[in-house]
Design a protein around this ligand. Structure first.
Ligand code: ATR
Length: 289
């Protein structure tokens, strides 16, 4: 609702909490579809310091906030304050969306299915594939758990090897996929890429202003590889540019971002948002190329 004069006593509030939060794309994409569907909602961002998280969650109930997105650094810590958590979010160990159902706060992880849906929509087949994931943070956890249902093998490479091994161990407890957690280095990337079908970058390497060194040398990419980078700014990272040059199919992070937002929006409001509108509004807002 960008027309503030239409806010009334019955306007419902949706929000995102994080720290910091100023760069969040969520208000932009959610308010675009609130306008489009002419709903009596407004979506705002709150910068919540970690020390005040519990009070903020009490505030959702006290103020009757209908839906909440949760971002860094609260995705794990918020779970202890919720009344109910969806089983996939429990496995992942992180919640990025909360719905307030008559004072009961229910948590979900829409990042997980957002990534899977983005891959499927561009024709990437997951069943019986070997997937190489770079990184073992929040995004990697969500993606690895959602793809473990279909993949044959998942290898997680991380700079801090313990986190890769812990994630692999967590997944073993819940799925039949073959899984390994190893150190992120050039040797392991080269070795594991040889027979991989899909490569997914979940690290922040390649994010604007792109001053990081290249993680994956172009020469080790092969044309039957599908390369997905969760970064959306720039729209095409150096990794994706290199992958394209090597004949790989590619996907950037914007569709995953839009999908997680769209699933949250539909869960809260019961209305299907226009995903293309959400995507275009972000591209416009960030001046992406
Ligand atoms: P997100 O929620 O976006 O996944 P995160 O949980 O902070 O964010 O995870 C960031 C990931 O990027 C981690 O896997 C991190 O590796 P460490 O666990 O070793 O910190 C990885 N990462 C960040 N900068 C990196 C770099 N310069 N080289 C390699 N990996 C990097």
């Amino acid at each position: 609702m960008s027309n503030y004069s239409s806010i009334t006593g019955s306007t419902k509030i949706l929000c995102v909490i994080g720290h910091p939060i100023g760069h969040s794309m969520s208000p932009t994409m959610h308010n675009a579809v609130i306008d489009d569907l002419k709903l009596d909602y407004i979506y705002i961002a709150f910068d919540v310091h970690p020390d005040l998280l519990e009070k903020a969650v009490d505030g959702f109930k006290a103020l009757g906030i209908k839906g909440i997105n949760v971002t860094i650094p609260h995705k794990i810590n918020v779970m202890q304050y919720l009344d109910e958590i969806d089983p996939l979010a429990i496995k992942i160990g992180a919640v990025n969306t909360i719905k307030n159902e008559d004072g009961r706060l229910i948590g979900k992880n829409t990042d997980a299915l957002g990534a899977k849906r983005a891959l499927i929509n561009v024709g990437c087949r997951l069943r019986s594939k070997k997937i190489l994931i770079l990184g073992a943070g929040g995004a990697a956890r969500a993606i690895a758990f959602s793809l473990a249902e279909e993949a044959k093998e998942i290898v997680i490479l991380n700079r801090t090897v313990k986190k890769a091994q812990n994630l692999a161990q967590n997944i073993i407890e819940h799925s039949k996929v073959i899984i390994k957690g190893k150190h992120l280095n050039q040797q392991n990337i080269k070795e594991e890429l040889k027979d991989s079908n899909i490569l997914i970058n979940t690290t922040s390497v390649g994010m604007k202003p792109q001053e990081d060194p290249v993680l994956v040398p172009k020469e080790v990419l092969h044309s039957d590889l599908f390369v997905f980078d969760v970064i959306y700014n720039p729209l095409e990272t150096r990794l994706l540019e290199d992958a394209k040059k090597m004949g790989c199919k590619i996907l950037g992070g914007l569709d995953m971002l839009v999908n997680q937002g769209a699933s949250a929006f539909e869960w809260w409001t019961g209305k299907k948002p226009n995903r293309l509108l959400m995507k275009n509004r972000i591209i416009e807002f960030l001046g992406l190329k």
